[in-house]
Design a protein around this ligand. Structure first.
Ligand code: ADP
Ligand code: NI
Length: 215
């Protein structure tokens, strides 16, 4: 079995029971998005594929709140699978830099490979699939669908973003609607536009129904 297949088995086993929108099919879609972006934009295919597979392996949203742990876990897995230290370090660096960290926290991808994996993950957070995932995540964390008394916040640090109480509808304003302008590659921007417009239409309809007068 080659490295990609072996990593795939490890990731599948770790995330197969997830019900917060980070299940194996999320990972699989991100790998497919990343492969497509790589075919248009370039970058090292093996690094991109392995980093996409490992990008949620120890995410703070799933590991009980430990921040920036995915790189460490990825490095451990890759070294156990016999990759070079250099390869493991490059992948670990990408994994630690994929996640969204707040509206005012700047994203600085250090490489084309980081930009591509981040774009691939972000495309899966928006559009119809993004809508499905946000409510799956919110439900898994005991978060309300919407609360008109709780306004969305613009977060300036990762800690603030992670610790603030929110609703799934607020999450659109705190993150999902911002992603379109925070994609790095032209190829992702093209795909992202349609998904963004679909979320806007959904929110408009949600508002109409929430505020409807026939009670
Ligand atoms: P990232 O690490 O950039 O946040 P992930 O692929 O790990 O990307 O998953 C992020 C997804 O989790 C979001 O797109 C969203 O659907 C969901 N999510 C994260 N935080 C919240 C939240 N507070 N409320 C609802 N959904 C959330
Ligand atoms: Ni992800």
């Amino acid at each position: 079995m080659d490295l990609v297949n072996r990593i795939e088995q490890i990731v599948k086993k770790t995330l197969e029971r997830d019900s917060s929108g980070h299940d194996w099919y999320h990972i699989d879609r991100v790998v497919q998005n990343a492969n497509y972006l790589q075919s248009k934009e370039g970058g090292d295919q093996l690094i991109i594929q392995v980093a996409a597979l490992l990008h949620d392996i120890s995410d703070h949203k799933l590991n009980g709140g430990i921040l920036n742990d995915g790189g460490r876990v990825s490095q451990r897995i890759l070294l156990a699978e016999g990759t070079s230290e250099e390869f493991a370090k490059i992948v670990a660096d990408i994994v630690d830099n994929v996640s969204f960290k707040g509206a005012e926290v700047e994203d600085r991808p250090h490489s084309l490979e980081t930009a591509i994996v981040q774009d691939a993950d972000r495309l899966d957070a928006i559009g119809a699939i993004g809508i499905a995932r946000v409510f799956a995540f919110g439900g898994s964390k005991g978060q309300l669908i919407y609360d008109p008394n709780l306004s969305p916040k613009i977060h300036s640090t990762f800690e603030e973003y992670v610790n603030s109480k929110t609703t799934s509808i607020n999450h659109f304003h705190e993150k999902l609607l911002l992603l379109k302008d925070r994609l790095h590659t032209d190829t992702a921007r093209k795909i992202g536009q349609e998904r963004h417009d679909f979320m806007k239409a959904f929110l408009k309809q949600f508002d109409r129904e929430w505020n409807s007068t026939f009670k």
